[in-house]
Design a protein around this ligand. Structure first.
Ligand code: HEC
Length: 196
């Protein structure tokens, strides 16, 4: 009887010891969020970021590209070459994101306005005709008055493409026949579809 009891007692004792040593991941030695710490001098387990830390993708050293400014002033230049592809992209994005309020020609009579939303100013008024391209980028990036920003919906490159297209809308709005290259003036008399 005594002989059988010893191994059993050993197993029981061992299993108690082994169970006490369990270190599954659920109770690993770690700090919970905002837990106090006796280790760090300020008593907080949450460490502050090293000074000048920049999250990945947020370096944004190019001031013109990301703010529309050069040395803190709105710039009237573009951070990329304004090609026919950029204009086409700007037109397409403008018609999607801006024309519902600003209208396809930029006079401010989009469908949302016709249904009661506050009317934006026409892009063809003198103040906005003289506004630098960077200003349009800024309005899209940060919003303006009653208008929300479009930073989440319209990526940086597309915001610039839209700014370029608005510039074209403004130019064409007050263009004269003299602005049309001589060899294309004949096209003006043709129906619109033929000019595509
Ligand atoms: C939901 C309607 C709406 C949409 C969509 C919209 N806007 Fe506007 N926008 C407005 C209104 C309203 C104002 C005038 C806001 C105010 O004066 O409080 C305005 C003003 C502006 C101005 C003039 C700012 C000034 O100095 O007067 C610019 C430039 C502009 N929007 C550009 C854009 C561009 C570019 C887009 C597309 C990416 C866009 N908006 C999309 C409603 C809209």
């Amino acid at each position: 009887m005594r002989r059988n009891f010893l191994p059993l007692a050993a197993i029981v004792a061992l299993s108690v010891v082994v169970a006490a040593c369990r270190q599954d991941m659920h109770d690993a030695p770690r700090y919970d969020p905002l837990e106090a710490s006796a280790f760090f001098p300020n008593g907080s387990a949450a460490r502050t970021l090293v000074a000048n830390t920049v999250p990945r993708g947020f370096l944004r050293e190019d001031e013109l590209l990301y703010t529309g400014k050069v040395s803190g002033q709105f710039a009237d230049t573009f951070p990329m070459a304004v090609t026919a592809d950029v204009m086409a992209r700007g037109q397409e994005r403008y018609n999607v994101f801006c024309s519902p309020c600003h209208g396809r020609t930029g006079v401010g009579n989009g469908m949302i306005v016709q249904r009661g939303f506050r009317q934006p100013p026409s892009y063809h008024e003198q103040r906005l005709r003289e506004a630098p391209a960077g200003y349009f980028f800024d309005v899209m990036t940060n919003g303006f008055g009653a208008m929300q920003d479009y930073a989440a919906q319209v990526p940086v490159a597309d915001r610039w493409a839209i700014a370029a297209y608005i510039r074209a809308l403004q130019l064409s709005h007050s263009a004269t026949v003299a602005d049309v290259p001589a060899d294309r003036r004949g096209d003006l008399d043709r129906p619109a579809q033929e000019n595509q």
